[in-house]
Design a protein around this ligand. Structure first.
Ligand code: ADP
Length: 199
């Protein structure tokens, strides 16, 4: 058991399957992370990659169940997502994460876990608080503005914009399909997508 834990913490001692990457979407609630993730993922799947999604909302129902929205809990949640992403990346997977991940330091931690075993592609899904509130997909902004939800990212809690992401997609400028195409093009540019096999 201890050996297994040791191996997990020391990826250089274990086999790394090539080609793995983590596509890390970050941005405000309602900015479009999940929507874009589920446009990109099926195409990667079609190209033969093993795709796994780690959506923040879903992870909070399982792996991060019971965690709240304090800085400490958010960091723990994102560290869990990052750590699992790195394990799947090590196995050659195409991991797609969609979590707000508001703190730069924790995103860097995820990158530091992934990069020894694969490629980390940080995509800032950009939309203003005003636009996200206008969309208010989950009805959360209205509650946050009324003060019914505390520690709401972009309203009463910080969001640290990425300073050096691999890609920024502005979801106010481009449609979801256009954003997905930009993400896909970036993955191709980085050599992460196998060529289409002729039928
Ligand atoms: P998040 O995962 O970031 O919380 P969601 O993907 O759940 O956000 O919701 C984003 C909402 O914004 C969806 O209702 C989607 O249809 C809408 N939307 C409008 N324009 C875009 C765009 N360019 N990219 C992604 N989503 C968009």
């Amino acid at each position: 058991m201890t050996d297994h834990i040791y191996a997990a913490e020391h990826p250089e001692t274990t086999h790394v399957r090539p080609g793995g990457f983590t596509l890390w979407f970050t941005g405000l609630s309602g900015s479009g992370k999940t929507t874009i993730a589920h446009l990109v993922g099926p195409e990667l799947d079609r190209r033969g990659l093993v795709v796994e999604y780690l959506d923040g909302d879903n992870v909070r129902m399982h792996l991060s169940k019971g965690l709240g929205f304090s800085k400490e809990d958010r960091d723990t949640h994102i560290e869990r997502v990052g750590w699992v992403a790195s394990r799947l990346t090590r196995q050659g997977g195409a991991v797609i994460t969609a979590a707000i991940s508001p703190y730069a330091e924790t995103r860097q931690q995820a990158r530091d876990w992934v990069e020894p075993v694969g490629t980390f592609v940080e995509v800032y899904v950009k939309a203003s608080v005003d636009e996200c509130a206008r969309r208010d997909v989950k009805g959360l902004y209205e509650k946050a503005f009324k003060g019914e939800i505390k520690e709401f990212t972009g309203v009463s809690d910080p969001y640290e914009e990425p300073t050096n992401p691999e890609l920024v997609v502005d979801t106010e400028e481009h449609s979801a399909e256009e954003c997905a195409a930009l993400v896909f093009a970036k993955l191709e540019e980085l050599g992460l997508v196998p060529a289409e096999v002729a039928a």
